[in-house]
Design a protein around this ligand. Structure first.
Ligand code: Z5A
Length: 211
């Protein structure tokens, strides 16, 4: 049997706590001597980080929804081939801040791109690659934005309205209901210690029994 690592993605709207949750998961795997890498989308490769810079640039306000989607999938194709697949094949776990669910939520529900087009691109660039576990950190849009906007000047996505992020959240919740085996929904409004406990429980289910 080929030994492969597990692929865990973190999703949620702006300010839900994905980055905080991923850092906790990284500590948890470190304590158990499980080899892993941590990465993010858009990004994770030189090309992906360059694309990320374009995508987040507030000056790119004329970017069309189609161009946005294709840039995201170009970065994803590079990320999968250069980083994710080789890491998993070498037995490493992969912790990834956002993946394709974000495309259904942001570009599909948020921007109104046909979900079937997104599915077509996903099938093309991912083939059989799917996360083993997706942690959906769920928070109402207003609360998430309050957390996120305490930080810095808003980027191109962060400048969107509450309605936009409410739509994005709705799609994430729909995906979680539809793919309950893969997606674990975590109430991100809970105190951090409880959120971490829920993340730990979900990851534990992926561990071999002797770990
Ligand atoms: N995007 C897309 O459109 N389509 C795609 O396919 C992909 C991405 C892959 C960049 O993503 C943009 O890319 C994203 C969608 C688009 N834009 N938006 N929105 P990103 O992941 O880099 O950006 P982000 O959503 O802006 O991440 P974020 O704002 O850093 O949020 P976060 O990682 O979820 O939150 P955090 O940094 O962990 O926590 C935020 C604050 O809350 C921080 O001060 C924490 O200490 C605090 N926090 C966290 N948890 C708690 C709890 N439980 N209680 C209290 N406070 C907490």
């Amino acid at each position: 049997m080929i030994h492969t690592g597990k692929f865990i993605t973190f999703e949620g709207i702006e300010g839900a706590g994905k980055t905080t949750g991923l850092a906790y998961a990284a500590d948890y795997l470190t304590q158990r001597n499980i080899p892993f890498i941590q990465t993010r989308e858009p990004g994770g490769t030189r090309l992906g980080e360059a694309v990320r810079h374009i995508l987040l640039d507030a000056a790119q306000h004329q970017m069309t929804s189609e161009a946005e989607l294709l840039l995201i999938f170009a970065a994803r194709a590079q990320h999968i081939q250069q980083i994710i697949r080789p890491a998993l094949a070498a037995g490493n776990w992969v912790l990834c801040d956002r993946f394709t669910d974000a495309s259904y939520a942001y570009q599909g529900r948020g921007r109104g791109v046909d979900q079937q087009r997104i599915a077509l691109l996903a099938n093309w660039v991912q083939q059989d690659l799917m996360p083993d576990l997706t942690l959906l950190l769920d928070i109402p849009a207003k609360q998430g934005l309050q957390r996120a906007r305490q930080r810095s000047a808003p980027d191109r996505f962060e400048s969107e309205t509450i309605d936009f992020f409410t739509q994005v959240r709705t799609e994430y919740l729909r995906l979680a209901a539809h793919e309950a085996d893969r997606i674990t929904q975590v109430d991100a409004t809970l105190p951090l210690s409880q959120v971490q406990q829920l993340i730990q429980q979900a990851i534990q289910r992926l561990l071999p029994h002797d770990n």
